[in-house]
Write a protein that binds this ligand. Structure first.
Ligand code: LMR
Length: 396
């Protein structure tokens, strides 16, 4: 029977890393997958994470299962980190949070939860969005629509077109938004735009799902959560998928959360019970290590301060690289205006490079960029930037 299988194409993002690892060019550069690199081109373990790991090695008493919904301390602290400690949705007990296997399984648990409890729904994704969004929701049996997001003419937000589409979304559909550091464009909504979107969601009865994988890498941990908090303040029902891959560097620990804000606490209990059913039939219960690290850092005053500083440093290195990248392109005599790269937020920059240019960079220069032209700015270092800029000028 198995001969019926057909070969699946490589993953557009993680498949690039597979190709990169096989490349024997010693000067190869990987700007594909969204993984932070320091200026030595390493993805180091945070100091704070190492400290907690040392502590856990000595003090951890058991490897017994976590509850289906994960570590309660972790879930509580994640709610505070995302929504703010004084958020009235929390004090009104209408927030339910479960720990998930990274941000990706938070999305999939959401999809399965909605499908099982409300029936198949249509979800609206930004154009463009993270490559995996469409696949997750397609696999879960959703219908999909897109709303305009990127304006290629000015490399900014296609705000008017986006609004016009949001105004057509029927009641009961789901709108997927990026909480900050939009992946892949790096273009975020401003305060007024979040307010406008919140009004539309509320008046039209659209359910928001906010993907929040980069908190702290745009303008700061608090600043990056403002859009989400605006939506939660105005809209009675909201889902949020958080990831701690980037802002704690816990990529391979697969640590994330699914937060559900409900209209009242009774509904919240019902939603939580169904989230547990969905998790139990997916992976039973989540892994403990990453969650222990996150909640220990968030609850220890000294560790928390040090971690906040570590996130700030990542954020500021990315900003420095954006600036340097734009400057170097100018120095090289590139007349095309790339200054928009400095305005974009988070790890990614939608460079405007075409698929053909991206493929030439890969084949001729061993520089790996996602086909859409998305560059992981966090992969640029003072060591590889000249080679990168030189190669780009060759393919422009
Ligand atoms: C990315 O967009 O590169 C990251 O979110 C990693 C992934 O899983 O695709």
């Amino acid at each position: 029977m198995l001969e019926k299988f057909i070969m699946a194409p490589p993953d557009p993002i993680l498949g690039l890393t597979e190709a990169f690892l096989k490349d024997s060019n010693p000067n190869k550069i990987n700007l594909g997958v969204g993984v932070y690199k320091d200026n030595l081109n390493k993805t180091p373990i945070f100091n704070t994470v190492k400290k907690v790991e040392k502590f856990l090695l000595e003090k951890e008493q058991t490897k017994s299962y976590l509850p289906i919904s994960g570590s309660p301390e972790f879930c509580e602290n994640v709610q505070w980190l995302v929504l703010g400690k004084n958020n009235c949705a929390i004090s009104e007990k209408r927030v339910a949070t479960v720990q998930t296997v990274g941000g990706t399984s938070a999305l999939r648990i959401f999809a399965d939860l909605i499908k099982a409890n409300i029936g198949t729904k249509k979800i609206w994704l930004s154009d463009p969005t993270w490559e995996n969004h469409a696949k997750i929701f397609q696999t879960a049996g959703f219908e999909m629509g897109t709303y305009p997001y990127y304006n290629p003419e000015n490399h900014g937000l296609a705000w008017d077109k986006m609004l016009a589409t949001l105004e057509t979304i029927p009641e009961g559909d789901i709108l997927l938004l990026h909480g900050c550091c939009h992946n892949p464009t790096g273009i975020d909504l401003n305060k007024e735009q979040w307010l406008t979107v919140a009004d539309i969601l509320k008046t039209r009865g659209i359910l928001p799902l906010i993907d929040f994988a980069y908190q702290g890498l745009g303008d700061g941990l608090e600043e990056d959560a403002q859009g989400i908090r605006t939506i939660v303040e105005k809209v009675p029902e909201v889902f949020i998928c958080s990831s701690f891959s980037k802002n704690f560097g816990l990529y391979n620990e697969r640590c994330g959360a699914l937060i559900s804000v409900c209209a009242d606490s009774e509904t919240c209990q019902k939603v939580l019970s169904q989230m547990k059913v969905t998790i139990r039939t997916n992976y039973s219960n989540p892994p403990a290590h990453g969650a222990h690290i996150v909640h220990t850092i968030l609850t220890n005053e000294d560790l928390r301060k040090e971690w906040e500083q570590e996130v700030k440093e990542m954020c500021s290195r990315i900003k420095t690289m954006r600036k340097l990248f734009v400057e170097k392109l100018k120095e090289k005599g590139v007349t095309q205006d790339f200054s928009f790269i400095e305005e974009q937020k988070g790890m990614f920059s939608f460079s405007g490079l075409t698929k053909e240019q991206v493929l030439r960079l890969r084949e001729e220069f061993s520089i790996y960029i996602v086909n859409s032209g998305r560059i992981n700015v966090a992969g640029i270092t003072t060591d590889n930037i000249d080679r990168l800029v030189e190669a780009i000028t060759q393919v422009l």
